[in-house]
Design a binder for this molecule. Structure first.
Ligand SMILES: [Zn+2]
Length: 114
């Protein structure tokens, strides 16, 4: 998984193409029993891919009723990590450190991304 919570990403496909935002939540494409979800990994990005949802009364007084706006998830393949060094939607590679840990590397400017 190349995209993490808190990353700045740019939408590279679809209606919100070119929009940038911060990853609010990453949903891994695995169900509870460990099977791979065919929909794959998805991300929620603050303020991106807003959808209006008509919320009906549910009987629960805490539920907000009416038309509410909320973020819909995007498939990770539709977003690209924005490199904090070159400020471009970057392709990301991995570099294995001497201690065996992997760090993300921008394939554009070759800087590591924390
Ligand atoms: Zn870069």
């Amino acid at each position: 998984m190349k995209i993490r919570k808190g990353d700045t990403v740019e939408v590279i496909r679809g209606e919100d193409k070119g929009t940038r935002g911060t990853v609010r939540e990453v949903v891994h494409g695995k169900s509870r029993d460990g099977a791979v979800d065919p929909n794959g990994d998805r991300v929620f990005i603050s303020g991106v891919n807003m959808v209006k949802k008509h919320q009906r009364r549910t009987g629960d007084v805490r539920t907000q009723v009416g038309i509410i706006e909320r973020e819909a998830s995007l498939h990770v393949s539709n977003v690209a990590l924005v490199c904090p060094h070159c400020n471009k939607a970057a392709r990301v590679g991995y570099l294995v450190q001497p201690d065996g840990s992997k760090v993300r590397v921008c394939k554009n400017c070759h800087e590591t991304i924390e």
